[in-house]
Design a protein around this ligand. Sequence first.
Ligand code: FES
Length: 142
Amino acid sequence: MNMNEWQVICRVDDIPVLGARRVARSRGMDVAVFRNAEDQVFALLDRCPHKGGPLSQGIVFGTSVACPLHNWTIGLADGCAQAPDEGCTPRFACKVEAGQVLLDPRELATVGLDLAPPRAGPCASRGAVGDGTFEAQAPHTA
Ligand code: FES
């Protein structure tokens, strides 16, 4: 694969409005790709900066997502918690061309590899990550 090229992940329409899809990586935790009401698309590590909750299962509103575990608000553009909460989760460059969502394969291969999934509790790992495929999340309602 030419590492200078963006990688097609899915179509915008494949992501539920106000929801997310997860992108598995060969190393590291999944990446969550979010779609908001304006069809803007954002990509963050699927790990809340608080205690590692699965942001892909949160509710998207505006340009933020509410973590499903303790309801912190995380900015989709920068991955950072809204004050007074603190902390950021890694973000991934993401663009849309002709209705397709593209991520940077160099970032997928390198960003956030040091962040481990929680080992216990409701946000514990679902097991080994896959082979680059992604799976749909159930649509969310606001
Ligand atoms: S783990 Fe996300 S708010 Fe606590």
